[in-house]
Design a protein around this ligand. Structure first.
Ligand code: TRP
Length: 459
């Protein structure tokens, strides 16, 4: 996947090449870090139920739609929107750019969390498993203002370095080995967590929906998580689809990627949520620990396993790789927009994104320390950026994509594109979701997240 225009467009080699590349980009911190803490925060089972309902209906439809739109037009999101935005729909011109901005907002805080992962990796590699498990270690770390920024720079530096050297392929190949190890390791840790005394309450919290915990924000959060984890609703899949060969079965590939992504997320939930109950007594504060949940809970699990340093080091190394393959693809997306649309060189685009990610990453980090007084609707700076990207901009972009497809490109064209290689058993579901269900849910989500930002609903 190298050049971006016309016939010189590099293509993924066949089915497996496509699936592995997209899965490498999809499986990352979204699954291991973000999914468990949101599930814990938004009521456990009820969040899970809504996540699955959304995934099988409108998530599926959106992934298929974006991918086939890309494969059919062989364009990046900005190009695809520009090509189709006719006179009646000139507002769609900005749609492409809205899509392109989302990864630019995600990159800074993604790399900050990536930096936290590196910090923990080093802590474990240097035998600090007991100190990492101690109460207050995490809070001490993230409130230390510029210290996390140094780790952030390290993670961002790795990402930018790999993009500049053009060695993504090497990293992707390494991660093909790392991923299965991560899965096995996560499975072992999950079984261990689930068999601790007191973990049963956590498993129940995770799996059994408690309808009294339902609020419209559960839907907003689940929808945001779907976008973040599957990298959908931000035009990424349009780009990936445009690199897809005409003989890849879009439906099968989509289902496999979705399965992989969901499996990793579910496993991460089984590792972390029962452990919160077993190791922190399930108190409300621990369940609501927010972005720090994984970093607070897992070290306690590793410590109690007896081989804390070894398991902890192995775990954080794997997570580092999973995060790196995702951050590479986030940065690559930004760079390709800038090189295609503004005709910048790759180096210039990469350097621009590097400094942008520093400029926005620093406030995210300080938001837990010196700047913790800055907050909207109770959210820290990092949470605000995350909310803006996944709960406001992604739904908006996804809505525009639905309009683009159903009103301008024509759903039939996309259906034909999918049918050219797939049996497309889900055609009826697809048509219904794309034309009716998705726009309704998206409007609802957008209205709620705007209302929440203005303080009318509690986030
Ligand atoms: N989906 C990735 C994860 O779960 C993160 C991600 C968000 C991403 N946006 C992206 C990856 C854009 C690639 C491109 O961690």
């Amino acid at each position: 996947m190298s050049s971006n225009s016309g016939d010189s467009r590099g293509l993924f080699s066949g089915n497996l090449g496509y699936i592995l590349a997209v899965a490498g980009s999809a499986v990352g911190l979204g699954n291991i870090w973000r999914f468990p803490y949101l599930t814990a925060k938004y009521g456990g089972g009820i969040f899970l139920l809504i996540y699955f309902l959304l995934l099988f209906t409108f998530g599926y439809a959106l992934i298929m739609a974006e991918t086939s739109l890309g494969r059919n037009t062989r364009l990046s999101p900005v190009g695809a929107y520009r090509t189709f935005a006719d006179k009646q729909h000139s507002f769609l011109k900005i749609g492409g750019w809205l899509n392109a901005i989302v990864p630019m907002i995600i990159l800074p805080y993604y790399c900050l969390i990536g930096g936290w992962v590196i910090k923990y990796m080093f802590e474990y590699l240097t035998g600090g498993s007991a100190s990492a498990a101690a109460d207050g270690f995490f809070v001490g770390f993230i409130t230390s203002n510029f210290v996390p920024v140094v780790w952030h720079l390290l993670f961002l530096g790795c990402t930018a370095f790999i993009i500049l050297l053009g060695v993504q392929k090497g990293v992707e190949r390494a991660s093909v080995v790392m991923m299965p190890i991560l899965l096995v390791l996560a499975f072992v840790i999950a079984v261990y967590s689930m068999t601790r005394p007191g973990a049963g309450a956590g498993i129940a919290y995770y799996l059994i929906p408690d309808f009294s915990k339902f609020s419209i924000m559960t839907v907003v959060a689940a929808c945001g998580q779907l976008f973040f984890s599957l990298s959908v609703g931000m035009g990424i899949l349009i780009t990936y689809g445009s690199y897809m060969k005409k003989d890849v079965d879009v439906e099968k590939a989509t289902i496999r990627i979705g399965l992989m992504d969901t499996t990793v997320a579910m496993l991460a939930g089984f590792m972390i949520i029962p452990a919160v109950f077993a190791f922190s007594g399930g108190d409300a504060a621990a369940v609501n620990a927010g972005p720090g949940l994984m970093f607070i809970t897992l070290p306690k699990v590793f410590e109690s396993m007896g081989m804390g340093s070894f398991i902890g080091a192995a775990f954080f190394i794997m997570v580092f790789f999973a995060a790196l393959t995702s951050s590479i693809s986030i940065l690559e997306t930004c760079v390709s927009t800038l090189t295609d649309e503004l005709k910048w060189s790759r180096t210039r685009a990469t350097m621009f994104m590097f400094f942008e990610a520093i400029a926005l990453g620093i406030p995210c980090s300080l938001g837990f320390g010196a700047w913790d007084f800055i907050s909207i609707a109770g959210l820290s700076i990092l949470d605000m950026m995350d909310f803006l990207a996944s709960s406001i901009l992604c739904p908006l972009c996804a809505l525009l994509t639905c309009i683009l497809i159903s009103r301008v490109v024509g759903t039939q064209k996309i259906v034909d594109e999918i049918k050219s290689t797939s049996a497309f058993k889900g055609e009826a579901v697809f048509r219904f979701c794309l034309t009716y269900l998705a726009p309704v849910i998206l409007l609802l989500v957008l209205a709620s997240s705007v209302a929440a930002t203005l303080g009318f609903i509690k986030i």
